[in-house]
Design a protein around this ligand. Structure first.
Ligand code: HPA
Length: 236
């Protein structure tokens, strides 16, 4: 069926996608019931099970970067009947109001990636964005869970260790909330295949609040758990 996901893997309509395979395992082991490992090709772990309130859900890693999430999200949508992919990741904060530990619901992604060149848009550009119905549901559920939530655009970078330490300011000055490395590819695959995508991010570090301390390991896990709980409300 596909070369990067186990042939007979069964997925729920909604797949949560952390970058890290061990985070997929952690979510299955701590938040799902009746779950099964359905794929492990290249160590990219995927599980299908139910939330504790009985909703069907899968969780599978995307790996890092647009090419990686580009492959896995395409195959899930195209070959495995998946309708909704919800990326759950971390980002660097670009705005003062986006504190470490806060949640960003991504409306749209700008990027330095050439992923959209394949469509030969002759100078035109896409505006890759989250599905509004998923975004609205996540926003309402985030409010119910009392999360510190921001809603807006992010920058999906192809570069983590940028040669120019001030490059981020170009996007920060334009009101972009933060930086990560995957949403742009996921949103474009949802657009081209007429499926739905959403991206939920926890701010893990900040470019602007210089006196803000990094989270301890425990605080970080607690904040990630808050995001996982929100994502788990998105099952059907
Ligand atoms: N840059 C890119 N991706 C990220 C970052 C960052 O600073 N933090 C979390 N994901």
């Amino acid at each position: 069926m596909s070369t990067h996901i186990n042939d007979n893997a069964k997925f729920a309509k909604t797949v949560l996608m952390p970058g890290d395979p061990l985070r997929a395992k952690y979510i299955a082991e701590n938040f799902l019931v009746d779950y099964k490992l359905v794929t492990d090709t290249r160590g990219i772990l995927g599980y299908t099970g139910k939330t504790k309130d009985g909703k069907e859900i899968s969780v599978m890693a995307s790996g890092m970067g647009i090419p990686s999430i580009g492959i896995y999200s395409y195959e899930l949508y195209k070959f495995y009947g998946v309708e909704n992919i919800i990326r759950i990741g971390t980002c660097g904060g670009y705005q003062k109001e986006c504190h470490v530990g806060d949640v960003i619901l991504v409306t749209s992604a700008c990027s330095s990636s050439n992923y959209a060149y394949q469509f030969d848009l002759k100078g035109g550009v896409l505006a890759p964005c989250s599905d509004f119905s998923l975004l609205l549901k996540a926003y309402n559920n985030a409010k119910d869970l009392n999360l510190n939530v921001h809603v807006g655009p992010i920058f999906s970078s192809d570069v983590f260790y940028d040669e120019d330490p001030n490059y981020y300011k170009k996007f920060a000055n334009l009101g972009v909330l933060g930086v990560e490395m995957e949403s742009y590819g996921l949103f474009i695959n949802a657009m081209r295949l007429h499926k739905k995508a959403l991206c939920i991010l926890t701010v893990s570090d900040t470019f602007v609040n210089k006196d803000e301390k990094d989270l301890t390991k425990e605080e970080r896990q607690e904040k990630l758990n808050d995001m996982f709980k929100l994502a788990l409300t998105m099952g059907d």
